[in-house]
Structures are given as C-alpha cells and as structure tokens.
Write a protein that binds this ligand. Structure first.
Ligand code: ADP
Length: 405
C-alpha cells in the first residue's frame, strides 16, 4: 500500500449495463476527502462507451470500447483497472466502496465485505432481481481486480431500517413480513447525504420534520424526523410511490391481477412493463427524460408532467401528516435540482402547509427557494451519493485500523 493512496477511495456503482465510478483522495477539508475524478462505462453488453472527467479539468476522456471485451461487468472492470493504472498509478491498497441496492432486514449500516457478507448479499437477490445481481458481479469483479483493497458495501435500504412497523409492513398475513416482504425504501444514500448536509448547515431542520424529494430518473420521497427516516414512498421494490422516468410508481395490485388473468401476461412481461415502459415514458409516449418533456408542446407531455407533480403533492401532504407538521422540504436529484418548473408546480398552493415560495429564488435554483417569512423552509440541495459512500468507507476502514492498533 502506498502511503499517499492508503486513504483513497474508489466508489463503484455497477448496474445492468453500466459501471459508474468516482475516486476520492485525502484532503484537508472537513470530510478529509476531495473529488478526484468521476466517470462511467455505459452500454455494457451492447455498444460500450467510456467517459471520465476531473473537477479541475485535467482529465476529460471519451472512448468507444470493444463490445467483445466489455460484454459484462468483469470486462468493464478490467478496462477500468487499466485506465486507472494509466491515470492514477499507485492506486494499490485503496478502499473500494460499492453501492448495493439491497441490504435486506439485517444491514442498517455499511459493512466490510467478507465471505459471510458476500453470501448474505447473494441471498438478497430475490428481493431486487433487476439490480442486486449486477451489484454483486461488480463486487466480484472488484475483488478480483483489487485483491488487497478493503471492499465496503453501502446499501440504498440502510437509512430506512428504523421505519416504524406500520410503515414497514403490508397488510398481508404476518408470515410474509417475517420472510422479508416489507417496505424497505431506497435512495437511502442520497437521503443520508442530504441529512448530513442539514446537520452541517441547517441544524434546526436536521432536528426537525422534513420531506426530501429525490427526483431523478428514479424518484422517491422520504419523511425524516430528527435525522431518522420514518417513511419512504418506495416500498418492497423501487417501483412504488412516485411515477419515474420509466417506472409506474404506485399502482393498484388489482391491475396486476387483470394483466395476469385477462391479458395472460407473464411475470417477465409485467416486470418489463412496470420497470421499463411506464412512468413518464409510458404516459407521454414521447420519452422518459424530463428536459425533453418540458420542451415538448405535445399535450401528452404536459399530462405526464401533471401526473408526476400530482403524485409528489399527494405524498407531500401524506408525509406532513405522518410527521405531524413540516419544517422543511428539500428538492434534490436531476429534476429536483434543476427544474424550476417542476418545483414551482409542486409548491404552488402549498401555503396551507406553511410553504411560501420565493419565485425568483426558485427560478434561479437558489439554495433557499422559500421567502424569509415562510414558516417552512424550502431548499434545493445537490445530492452526492458517491461522496456519502466514500465517507462511509473512510469511517469504516479508519475504525478498523484504530481497532487493530
Ligand atoms: P438518475 O436517477 O439516473 O441518477 P438524475 O438524478 O441524473 O437521474 O436525473 C435525471 C433527470 O433529471 C432526467 O429526467 C433529466 O431530464 C432531468 N433533468 C436534468 N436537468 C434538468 C433540467 N435543467 N430541467 C429539467 N429536468 C432536468
């Protein structure tokens, strides 16, 4: 292990057709971490492409990759390893942090991956069949590529593990709850990052009742009281709650019975419909991208946006009720951070909740978009799930090093 890189963290997020990465290096700032470089390989298994850039502009790389060599995660990892060796020689002995979608009932915090943990993560595959297998193949490929590195799993479910029982269960016979059919909630690393930001800069909100709306291609909302998640719009899977780019969000289970019974659709066909063909894409018939819908004058685009906004407002009211009041609402994710239109549509008419929007601050995507007299603060904060993972890695590995001394 080279001294200079002993605290360097490589963050990996392995999906079905992509491998995203970020490198953080020791620094003197409060986190002890600085963002060195970020990038991704997408189109794995089809037409793989690589791009990477560094905040200082020193790295800006775009490459088409060999589809035969980069046909799956091990090939992608092999390419990334070679690229890292060229641009960051000496990255030996670093810590690798993995974004893992599911930590089941047992993991309420990040964990260093050993064979027992690896087996447990494997056992969660049925809970997240579209994501967990890819996370695991990323972990396996990283263990092979960086055999000396500590590998850390950071879970999207962990932040929600303290949900009260009423918000963790479905009204099914209890045996289903016992076998793990629960409302896990996801996007936990984003909510944890925002929660940490509040602790740093907005202590009265950190100790209060807030709703965070993570609005990206995947979208969910989280009710947080005193820094602890008490509710998520996502449930057993990342399908529930808000409509998303291509996912349906909340749906009456009777629709699924109809699709199976009357249309004869298989589980795979329904899965494809709900995950890939629904949401903004299905409703608009145009596409999943909010920028494209906002730019369109097709009435179906406006209707898709109206449904998205309607569901956010509905969940906001429900969450304010569960929280017994509201002190803050925070927008994050690609849409939450950038779309003044969506934020304005969500907040218009929420004065009864105590929210007074500052129109010009909202139009400018300022950090505070509520008026100075608004009882409820409305904020726009940029999420940083990768940094959250890197922080966890540092805490865990330094904790282990201290324990070993
Ligand atoms: P992911 O869930 O894949 O991480 P992001 O958080 O990057 O997604 O969010 C992607 C979404 O953000 C897309 O729908 C994109 O159109 C939307 N978005 C990004 N910038 C803007 C913008 N300026 N105005 C409206 N929508 C935006």
């Amino acid at each position: 292990m080279t001294a200079s890189h002993s605290r360097t963290v490589l963050v990996l997020n392995a999906g079905s057709s992509s491998l995203k990465f970020a490198i953080f290096t020791p620094s003197d700032d409060a986190d002890g971490l600085a963002d060195l470089c970020r990038g991704q390989i997408d189109g794995i298994g089809a037409v793989p492409r690589f791009k990477a850039s560094s905040p200082d502009g020193a790295i800006s790389d775009k490459l088409d990759l060999d589809p035969v060599q980069v046909s799956a995660q091990p090939g992608a990892m092999a390419f990334l390893l070679g690229w890292l060796e060229t641009h960051f020689p000496g990255l030996v002995g670093l810590t690798v942090g993995h974004r893992v979608v599911h930590g089941g009932v047992s993991y309420s915090a990040p964990v260093v991956i050993d064979p027992t943990v690896r087996d447990a993560l494997n056992a969660f595959k049925p809970l997240a069949p579209l994501h967990q297998p890819h996370n695991l193949s990323g972990i396996d490929a990283a263990i092979e590529a960086f055999p000396d590195a500590a590998q850390v799993a950071c879970f999207d479910t962990a932040f929600h593990r303290n949900h009260p029982w009423v918000n963790d269960t479905f009204a099914l016979p209890r045996s289903f709850y016992e076998e793990g059919v629960r409302r896990y909630g996801f996007h936990g690393l984003s909510y944890e990052y925002i929660s940490d930001r509040l602790k740093g800069s907005w202590s009265e909100l950190a100790a209060g009742r807030v709703v965070v709306a993570h609005l990206g291609n995947g979208a969910s909302m989280c009710a947080i009281k005193d820094g602890i998640s008490v509710g998520s719009t996502m449930g057993f899977s990342a399908l529930d709650g808000l409509p998303m780019g291509t996912r349906c969000g909340q749906i009456d289970p009777g629709v699924l019975l109809y699709l199976m019974g009357e249309r004869g659709m298989s589980a795979d066909e329904i899965s494809n419909l709900l995950y890939k063909e629904s949401g903004l894409k299905g409703l608009s018939g145009i596409g999943h991208d909010m920028r494209e819908l906002e730019a369109s004058d097709d009435p179906r685009a406006a209707e898709a946006i109206a449904y998205f906004v309607f569901r956010i407002r509905r969940e906001l009211g429900a969450m304010a009720s569960v929280l017994q009041g509201l002190d803050g609402i925070i927008f994050t994710g690609g849409i939450g951070e950038n779309s003044a239109h969506i934020r304005s549509e969500v907040l218009t008419g929420t004065e009864w909740l105590g929210i007074e929007m500052d129109k010009s601050a909202n139009a400018a995507s300022a950090e505070v978009i509520s008026t100075p007299t608004s009882r409820v603060k409305a904020l726009v904060l940029k999420t940083n799930e990768e940094l959250m993972i890197a922080r966890h890695c540092l805490r865990l590995t330094e904790g282990r090093a201290a324990a070993a001394e």
